[in-house]
Design a protein. Structure first.
Length: 147
C-alpha cells in the first residue's frame, strides 16, 4: 500500500517549487526600497537604521492594481550635513562659512535654509511606498525595480 500525501502538503510543495506568485509586496521589499532611496538621496551621508511596516492597502486606479505600504523608520546621519527635512532623505555637505558667518565663496545661499544635522543625529520618518502589480505575482516598486 502506497502512503497517501496530504493535499495541503502537496500544494505547499508545488507552490515552493514553482516560485509561487505573491499576493502583495511585503515589508522586506519596502525596507529594500527605502534603504536604497535613503542611500541615493542621502549621498552617502544617511543610512536607514530601523524600519517597520505599519499598514498595507490594496487599491485600483485606472485599471492598475496598487498596494500602498505605510512605514515608520529611523535614519541616521553619518556626517555633518544639511538635511531636506520632512519625508525626504535628501542630504548634502553643509556650506562653508567665512569669518563673518556668511556663506563662503562657492556655497549656495539655498544650502543655508536647510536643517543642519551633526554626525550621529537620528530622525524618525514616516511615509508610504506604492507598488504596482504587473500580474503573475510580480510588483514594480517606486524605485522601478521588480519585486
Amino acid at each position: 500500500m502506497r502512503p497517501r500525501l496530504s493535499p495541503w502538503l502537496l500544494a505547499a510543495a508545488v507552490a515552493a517549487g514553482s516560485g509561487c506568485a505573491r499576493a502583495h509586496p511585503d515589508a522586506a521589499d519596502a525596507e529594500r526600497v527605502l534603504g536604497r532611496e535613503v542611500g541615493q538621496e542621502g549621498h552617502g551621508l544617511v543610512r536607514l537604521v530601523r524600519f517597520r511596516a505599519t499598514g498595507r492597502q490594496r487599491s485600483t486606479l485606472l485599471g492598475a492594481t496598487l498596494v500602498t505600504l505605510r512605514y515608520d523608520a529611523e535614519i541616521q546621519f553619518l556626517g555633518d550635513a544639511c538635511y531636506g527635512g520632512g519625508l525626504s532623505a535628501h542630504a548634502y555637505r553643509p556650506p562653508r562659512y567665512d569669518a563673518a558667518g556668511l556663506p563662503a565663496a562657492g556655497s549656495s545661499l539655498d544650502d543655508c535654509t536647510r536643517v543642519h544635522v551633526m554626525r550621529g543625529d537620528q530622525r524618525d520618518v514616516v511615509g508610504v511606498l506604492v507598488f504596482e502589480s504587473l500580474g503573475r505575482g510580480r510588483w514594480r516598486g517606486p524605485d522601478g525595480q521588480l519585486y
